[in-house]
Design a protein. Structure first.
Length: 218
């Protein structure tokens, strides 16, 4: 299952006109293989909308906010889907070569990960994660971007299910094949070794490769 071309265009047209939006990432399903995990098919569609401030974002998802236009539309290709939403703080981390290299007409691929559970001591967990795990991600051959997302409280009036995952992360590569190569490399085993050192938490994690369509605004 995936979003149709027509439905994708409707979403993109609305998103691109969003007030104070700095960057939009629209994600469509891809396929890649990870040595340690197989979490099934990727979602049919996902969005990442980046704002400078929480207030700017909340204005667009208020009862009279601009993004209510999305909620009013019907998307036939997504009929029956459960739509979830979460506002998070975006934390970029450095990579050695951020230049995307894809053939004309192609887009890069992101490995989206979320941790839906909870930690016994969240402060200890997130402090360990942020000071250890992205530093190993940086060692992946061909990694173009690393972002870690942490929880915030927010106000909204969107008619979608709110979720409160304790953390998410995103790694961007040139292609799904590059993700597969990275996730079957020695660095992936280093990641797993570090995973085993995390402070105790419940809920494991979930991984999805997604083709990544980017729109930036000034």
């Amino acid at each position: 299952m995936r979003i149709s071309t027509d439905d994708f265009k409707q979403v993109a047209d609305i998103v691109k006109a969003t007030p104070q939006l700095r960057r939009a990432r629209l994600y469509t399903p891809e396929t890649a293989q990870d040595y340690y995990t197989n979490d099934g098919p990727s979602p049919p569609f996902a969005m990442q909308l980046d704002f400078d401030t929480l207030a700017a974002l909340e204005a667009t998802i208020a009862v009279d906010g601009y993004l209510q236009a999305l909620a009013r539309l019907q998307f036939p290709s997504l009929t029956g889907c459960v739509i979830t939403q979460q506002v998070m703080a975006r934390r970029p981390f450095p990579v050695d070569d951020p230049i995307i290299s894809v053939a004309k007409g192609n887009v890069p691929c992101s490995f989206l990960v979320h941790y839906p559970g909870h930690a016994e001591d969240f402060d200890a967990w997130i402090n360990y994660y942020l000071t250890h795990h992205p530093q190993i991600m940086r060692l992946f051959d061909g990694i173009r971007e690393i972002e870690i997302f942490t929880r915030v409280d927010w106000l909204d009036a969107m008619p979608w299910q709110r979720v409160h995952y304790m953390q998410r992360n995103k790694q961007v590569f040139d292609s799904a094949a590059a993700i597969t190569a990275a996730m079957n490399s020695p660095v992936r085993h280093q990641m797993r070794e570090d995973f085993e050192k995390f402070p105790p938490f419940v809920g494991s994690n979930v991984h999805f490769p997604m083709a990544t369509h980017t729109f930036t605004f000034t």
